[in-house]
Ligand binder design. Structure first.
Ligand code: PMP
Length: 407
């Protein structure tokens, strides 16, 4: 993205022009959530001001308009990720709920005692605990793909984990904790060689580069709208139609049925079967606007811009001998984790906050990964399309100050 486009895109995000603690806001916590462009904020406000009505039920005009806008997002998501049909796009409240849906529904149908599920060492808790829960219920075992010190998954061990009992693989595309991008196409191919379906957690990939689910051939893919410039409370589950069709509903209630009697119920077709109750209408309208906005900027340009920022930040951090970068293998996408000699990540984040700089300190919902690196927590900076070199410079300047203060 050229300089003028960066300027234009920053002006689309009202929050970036706010001041905090009398300083310009420097937002470097984009892996936690992204800021929202005016178009998204306006689309939500317009929905409430002009056509607020429940979807799928009303015959009157504004209900139909609300339904059309809401369903347009399904088509926008379908195109965005390259799915074949809108039946394969399930609206949930988050990536977390999408994974819970698959673990619970697919697991209930297909898992049995002693079956095995493969996860990796770098999963977010959202891609560990749902599998633990279904494993407790069904008596399954979880196997874990180890990683090397630089954050690269050990693909040879992955190959060797498959047995006749392996029933599922679930793995992250880009780690939220260290930013490493995994070669998922290879992982998917290996799973399929064993006839095992695989879920890809694309929460940290969807906002940074193009995605084509047919090309990578994953069986399921999940993400949260709020990390892709959209509203909170919106999640996507993509699933191959032939798999979703057989899976039982995850929740039940209104909007997911064909016919109900007190004796029995027949369920609606996809995707409604998995969408019980009134959905987050304004959220999904906003998500459609967000994904259209991302595409208007262009994912290839976003990826290029963020790669430049990553390179710049990595070199700047590497030049500081009191900083150790955690889990860097050169594939990292828009997030860097590090520790500073003798200074706790929470102290770093609190002091940066006073300078208007937002970064994340903690375990990043990845306890097993922190255990592997033998650190309780790290500091993480993460970028979005509107991030700038000046913001990285401001952060690096303050990191030097913090180190000299503590030493
Ligand atoms: N997976 C990854 C890789 C994530 O980064 C996150 C959010 N940090 C999640 C899953 C869960 O997302 P959410 O909390 O929006 O459901």
């Amino acid at each position: 993205m050229n300089d003028s486009l960066i300027g234009t895109c920053r002006s689309d995000f009202p929050i970036l022009h706010n001041r905090i603690h009398d300083r310009s806001l420097v937002y470097l916590d984009n892996a936690a959530t992204t800021q929202k462009p005016s178009a998204v904020i306006q689309s939500i406000s317009e929905y409430y001001s002009t056509i607020n009505a429940n979807v799928h039920r009303g015959v009157y005009t504004i209900s139909q308009q609300a339904t059309d806008l809401f369903e347009n997002t399904r088509e926008t998501v379908r195109k965005y990720i390259g799915a074949t049909s809108t039946s394969e796009i399930i609206f949930t409240k988050s990536a977390t709920e999408s994974i819970n849906l698959v673990a619970s529904s697919y697991g209930d149908l297909h898992f049995k005692q002693d079956d095995e599920i493969i996860l990796t060492m770098m999963e977010h808790h959202a891609n560990i605990i749902p599998w633990q829960e279904i494993s407790k219920k069904k008596g399954c075992k979880i196997k874990v793909v180890p990683i090397h010190q630089d954050g690269t998954l050990d693909i040879e061990t992955y190959r060797s984990l498959f047995t006749s009992k392996t029933k599922f693989v679930s793995m992250v595309w880009v780690s939220n904790a260290i930013g490493v991008e995994n070669p998922i196409t290879e992982f998917i191919r290996i799973a399929h060689d064993h006839n095992v379906p695989i879920l890809i957690d694309a929460s940290q990939r969807i906002q940074h580069a193009n995605i084509d689910v047919q090309k990578i051939d994953c069986d399921f893919l999940v993400f949260s709208g709020h990390k892709a410039y959209g509203p909170s409370g919106t999640g996507i589950l993509y699933g191959k139609e032939r798999l979703l069709e057989h899976m039982p509903p995850y929740q039940s209630g209104g909007d997911m049925i064909k016919k109900v009697t007190f004796e029995t119920t027949t369920f609606a077709d996809l995707p409604s079967k998995f969408e019980a109750g009134t959905p987050n209408i304004e959220g999904f309208i906003g998500l459609g606007t967000a994904l259209n906005y991302v595409q208007s900027i262009g994912l290839d340009d976003i990826a290029k811009h963020e790669a430049i920022l990553m390179n710049y930040a990595i070199n700047a951090l590497k030049s500081l001998d009191f900083i150790s970068i955690i889990g860097y293998n050169g594939t990292n996408v828009s997030a860097i984790s590090f520790v500073m000699n003798g200074v706790h990540p929470h102290d770093i984040a609190s002091i940066l906050d006073k300078k208007g700089i937002c970064v994340r300190a903690g375990h990043h919902c990845a306890h097993p990964l922190m255990q592997f690196y033998k650190v309780p927590s790290t500091t993480r900076i993460s970028f979005a399309m509107y991030s700038t070199v000046d913001e990285i410079d401001a952060c690096i300047r303050e990191l030097k100050e913090i180190y000299s203060l503590f030493s």
